[in-house]
Design a protein around this ligand. Sequence first.
Ligand SMILES: [Zn+2]
Length: 355
Amino acid sequence: MDRVELLQELSEAFGVSGYENEVIEIIRKHFGRRVAVSRDRIGSIIGRKDGTRDSPKIMFSAHMDEIGFMVKDFTKQGFVKFLTVGGWWPGNVPGMKVQIRTRDGRLVPGVVGLKPIHELTPEEMKKLPEIKDMYIDVGATKDFDPKKKLGIAPGDPVVPAGCFERMANSDLLLGKAWDDRVGCALLVNLLDNLQDVEHPNSVYLVGSVQEEVGLRGARTSAFAIEPDIGFALDVSICRDTPGNEDEAAERLGGGVGVLIYDSTMIPHVKLREYVCDLAEQNKIPYHLASIKGGYDTGTIHLTKHGVPCLALGVPTRYVHSGASVISLDDYDNILKLITSIVKNLNEDVLKKILE
Ligand SMILES: [Zn+2]
């Protein structure tokens, strides 16, 4: 399957934290029989690809969940009140087209409503809207009670509606949930690249659950794997839009984002240097990136007696909104880099990293 089709399929999948099943099935389908597949007990999927040696064990983690919402209750008129799942900025939410999935699997379209501008007082106009004042409108009217007619119930998951487009600048893809379906696609395409390749290690391709609510699935799957080295494959932040510096290194087309800092981990310096050297030897563009927030490596690196870890990011515009943008060129570069990591990272390299 073409990588753009794979990215579209993953972007459009429904998978708020704790409800990742659709994404699991897509990954499972694409892994096929090429890896030994297992699950940890909170849901993460682990594909093991054996090389010529068992050690080092390299774990690549991409989280399957996306930020979204959950049905909380209803107003008297039948509007849906909701909880946020993951990190939302309230300014990004009103007017968003969403889908609610009911217990019987039905997808109900709706829009996040808020008092219209015409009704706001001058004081209210100055303030950021609050989630508590918002609601999801699924078409409630005097004679249509969504609770009764549609079977929506508290606990039902909600995601932004899919909006996949290849942009007029054809290197760019617009879509929901690139955080972190772009990483999920990388797991599949990395496996494609490893067909008929001898690699001196064993590779664990992990689709983790519940990253957006506290890096939870990576914690349990790392415990199951006990990796020697861990990587998070995720999005990094673009700083190439208005309000940022014009010459930002963290930009679309900037190559692989190699994280030097996030709120949950100081990356292992020798591993980072090894990866940057490998990128330079292979002429793969990269830049150093940082983020307020965390990655799966935030929990992986604290497994047992500790695991050298590094997060790698695909530069992404508008992370944690209903629609974000990535570059295929960056995607191809990160894929090249992780493929070359797997071909090269052997026992000797591990020893040097641990020295
Ligand atoms: Zn992420």
